[in-house]
Design a protein around this ligand. Structure first.
Ligand code: AMP
Length: 179
């Protein structure tokens, strides 16, 4: 089987991660897995995980690592033979370590900081940024130490994405893009 491409996209709330993710998925044919979308679907289906997660999501808190790792591991197991892009997971170091365990011995390419849906309430945005600084920001170092971090900076997705596209093309053929 040819080499598989597995990417993680990290970024603070509001940084454009969702937009960049959807363009990567469009141009490079990866499966897009958003932990927020997976959780929201569990909440809608009223599963046990959904009911537990909802409490944390409503409070603007992170769902406990153990729950997230179980949920995402089982979703990833179904994507064993696909190229994928993980969006919103990992968000903490224990989650990143669990993902490393899950993927041991396989190739990974890590994306950069970029974001997710907007959240309109200032208080909620502030809390999310605090969580990001305390939990997710340090993951950059975790991936950098493994030589797996590539950062892209800019103020607009249209400015950032062509750089992401150019970089990814060195690893995986593009079907289209970069706009
Ligand atoms: P998102 O759509 O990525 O902003 O996720 C919405 C909410 O789901 C977050 O505010 C968290 O409560 C929860 N969530 C999503 N991904 C994770 C994760 N990797 N770890 C913990 N909680 C998460």
């Amino acid at each position: 089987m040819s080499k598989l491409f597995k990417m993680v996209i990290l970024g603070s709330p509001g940084s454009g991660k969702g937009t960049i993710s959807s363009r990567i998925v469009r141009d490079f044919g990866l499966k897009h897995m958003s932990s927020g979308d997976i959780l929201r679907s569990q909440v809608l289906k009223r599963t046990d995980v959904g009911q537990e997660a909802e409490k944390y999501m409503k409070a603007g808190k992170l769902v406990p690592d153990e729950t997230m790792v179980k949920l995402i591991s089982s979703e990833l197991s179904a994507l064993k033979t696909s190229n994928w892009l993980l969006d919103g997971f990992p968000r903490t170091r224990p989650q990143a370590e669990a993902l490393d365990q899950h993927e041991k011995g396989k190739d990974d390419v890590t994306g950069e900081p970029l974001v997710q849906r907007e959240d309109d309430k200032a208080e909620s945005v502030r809390r999310r940024l605090e969580y990001y600084a305390a939990n997710t920001g340090p993951l950059k170092k975790f991936y950098e130490e493994q030589g797996l971090l590539e950062c892209f900076h800019g103020t607009m997705s249209n400015e950032i994405y062509p750089r992401v596209h150019k970089y990814l093309q060195t690893y995986i053929p593009a079907h289209g893009g970069p706009f």
